[in-house]
Design a protein around this ligand. Structure first.
Ligand code: WTA
Length: 655
């Protein structure tokens, strides 16, 4: 690490990291892409003739009707493979079974309660998906209708997603940690006709009340006609006659082979809600052919998937990582997957290493926040564990601090495993920048280079490229097959958010810089989006939740650095005259946010304030609050501050 670096761009960079790790020779020798020359050849081919490049790769997809053209691009309107038809579940299952690989392990599942384990071959997974698809069809769910999925990380979650895809229904997976309010909002926004859930789920030894949350949500979701309930924990639930059906009853007598619905290349495959910089979550829309091709191709490139690999991605299917690198990418690639239901510290803080010792995954893909927790929990959980099955490690969700990278490299990777630091977003559908493990020398904290087909640029607020080394906005200048196709029901918002600030280019919402080797370093968000434990939260959603409490007049939420979660949520609230600041009120506000959004949005720090710092035009100056929350001196311009005494008062009020 060296001293802060001066920057003439829109953002100052304070980090330089000089260590460089070439891929181990024995890894490169067996890798799909084994040299930088091979990478460059692929990159140049994709840049020179994108249609030829992606057309060639799409040939292996199970088309039921060939496409007319590879690409129609009229920014931001895009169509990949228009005119073609295929089904995403057939791309993940049928084609492998048809090719004689039905006996290969598709999924190994480990439950949170010790000793629970299930395995599915491709043929078995295919049969289960067919049964559920037939059951959903028998309920009357049609192609193009939206189905919400709110389930624990069991194989049935993957099966439910693929069953929806099989009948052409659009799934909207809602993370099992979200509250009933959040489910209701998403059901309403998407017009969901059904919810697939479970009685409960296991989390750190306790049972989550999933069905109960759905009951509350569905009372506020007039479009929902059916609720399908998997029996997971066996906890008592109320079944509403005519609306609710048990999963096991739904599939009773259903055929284990059912033809997939042929879908247009551009038919929506799923919606996934993610936080934006305004209050309402955005339903990011992905479609069929381009998404599947991107998820599969990036999984093969970045994870160097081989026939004998067992790939463990620790994400939950409630996030995009679970969509692209559990359900769709690895299965389309015909890989063997390991999934785990529960928390990494249940029933003990060595659970992940125990699972690695027992199941012997070869590839391990997790989040920096998890790595920081492992570091904190200590070596006693790792020493003596056999982690030698691992050959490749990955990270996703936020930048990884070099200290955590080195620990991951040395302690988990035994210095022999390359680390792929993968930068991407819900909107990009799959990995965009990452080392290729057999060829790209890595630098701790850098996502290194763009994948073939990805053309990033760093620009200033006027849209001009910044000088090499300077920070600026990260944009993507060319279309790629996995790109978002819009925000559900709000094309205008999509255009404004992603395509208008730098016209014709995709604005990722992240700051970045490129070093002298051309490597990319992500520097955090440009908007009011927090990254808490690798999950995106919008400050405005949290503020709206707080303001909906009867005692709160005004609220501002900001992130402050947190050594495990990356960012912690700090909020500043002003109260109505009738309310009194107290610890009991703090507790009540935490509870309120938990009810409104979910546990991950619960503020770590609550500061009561008499007033909030605002500009003369009335905008809350979050930048100043961030300094207060982090206990830093205020730097930068405060001339627009309406009332200078506010800051001093706020500091005096700190918890
Ligand atoms: C951040 C997760 C630095 C970034 C796949 C991005 C990262 C947001 C990285 C998307 C990384 C993700 N290095 N930052 N390797 N990966 N991010 O939609 O700010 O949940 O815009 O997708 O996470 O979060 P999302």
């Amino acid at each position: 690490m060296t001293a802060p670096q001066k920057s003439a761009g829109t953002v100052a960079s304070v980090m330089t990291e000089d260590r460089k790790f070439p891929p181990p020779a024995e890894f490169s020798a067996r890798a799909r892409i084994g040299s930088l020359e091979d990478y460059q050849r692929l990159y140049d081919a994709a840049a020179a003739d994108p249609e030829g490049f992606w057309g060639e790769r799409a040939a292996a997809l199970p088309w039921t009707k060939p496409y007319d053209r590879v690409l129609d691009w009229n920014p931001p309107e895009v169509q990949w493979f228009p005119g073609g038809r295929l089904n995403a579940s057939a791309a993940c299952l049928d084609r492998h079974v048809a090719a004689g690989r039905g006996g290969k392990t598709a999924l190994v599942w480990v439950g949170e309660p010790t000793g629970e384990r299930r395995e599915y071959t491709y043929a078995q997974l295919h049969a289960e998906v067919c049964r559920v698809a037939a059951g959903l069809k028998a309920l009357g769910i049609k192609s193009g209708e939206v189905v919400s999925i709110y389930m624990p990380m069991t194989p049935e979650l993957v099966i439910a997603m693929l069953a929806c895809a099989r009948i052409g229904a659009v799934h909207s997976v809602i993370f099992g940690g979200f509250s009933s309010e959040a489910i209701a909002d998403r059901n309403q926004d998407a017009g969901a006709v059904a919810v697939i859930t479970a009685d409960g789920g296991w989390r750190r030894g306790t049972q989550l009340p999933l069905k109960k949350n759905v009951d509350v949500a569905v009372a506020r979701s007039p479009s929902v006609k059916h609720v399908v309930v998997l029996k997971r924990t066996g906890q008592p639930v109320e079944m509403v006659a005519g609306r609710d059906v048990w999963w096991h009853d739904l599939i009773e007598g259903m055929p284990s082979d059912m033809p997939p619905e042929p879908m247009d290349s551009e038919a929506p495959l799923f919606i996934l809600y993610t936080s934006g910089s305004t209050g309402k979550p955005k339903g990011i829309k992905h479609t069929t052919a381009g998404y599947i091709l991107w998820a599969q191709t990036t999984a093969e490139w970045v994870f160097d998937l081989r026939d004998d690999d067992l790939f463990w991605c620790t994400a939950d299917c409630g996030w995009i990582t679970g969509h692209s690198y559990i359900t769709y990418g690895p299965l389309a690639a015909g890989a063997s997957l390991l999934i785990y239901e529960g928390a990494p510290n249940a029933p003990h803080e060595g659970r992940f290493w125990e699972i690695i010792e027992e199941e012997k995954p070869t590839i391990f893909y997790t989040a920096p926040t998890a790595i920081r927790s492992f570091m904190k929990w200590g070596m006693q959980h790792i020493e003596g564990r056999d982690l030698s099955s691992l050959r490749l490690l990955g990270t996703v969700g936020e930048g990884i601090n070099p200290e955590a990278w080195m620990w991951y490299h040395e302690v988990i990777g035994g210095k022999r495993c390359p680390i792929v630091d993968t930068w991407w977003q819900t909107e990009t559908g799959g990995i965009m920048m990452s080392p290729l493990p057999g060829c790209t020398p890595t630098k701790p904290g850098s996502c290194t280079l763009p994948l073939p087909g990805v053309v990033p640029e760093i620009v200033d607020a006027a849209g001009h490229p910044v000088a090499r080394g300077d920070g600026g906005w990260l944009v993507l200048t060319k279309p790629w097959p996995g790109m978002l196709r819009g925000i559900w029901g709000d094309d205008q918002r999509c255009r404004e958010t992603y395509w208008s600030r730098v016209p014709g280019k995709y604005l990722a919402g992240d700051n970045a810089r490129q070093d002298s080797d051309g490597y990319f370093w992500i520097m955090g968000r440009i908007d009011d989006v927090l990254n808490v434990a690798g999950h995106r939260l919008s400050t405005i959603e949290i503020e709206s939740a707080l303001v909906s409490h009867p005692s709160v007049a005004e609220a501002a939420a900001v992130g402050r650095p947190h050594d495990v979660k990356g960012e912690a949520v700090a909020v500043f609230v002003t109260l109505h005259k009738s309310a009194e600041a107290s610890d009991a009120l703090k507790e009540a506000l935490r509870k309120h946010v938990r009810q409104q959004i979910g546990a991950l949005a619960v503020p770590d720090d609550i500061h009561f304030a008499a007033i909030l710092p605002k500009t003369r035009s009335g905008k809350i100056m979050r930048r100043l609050l961030r300094d207060v929350a982090a206990g830093r001196e205020t730097v930068g311009d405060t001339t627009t501050l309406e009332d200078y005494t506010v800051l001093a008062t706020l500091r005096g009020n700190d918890e």
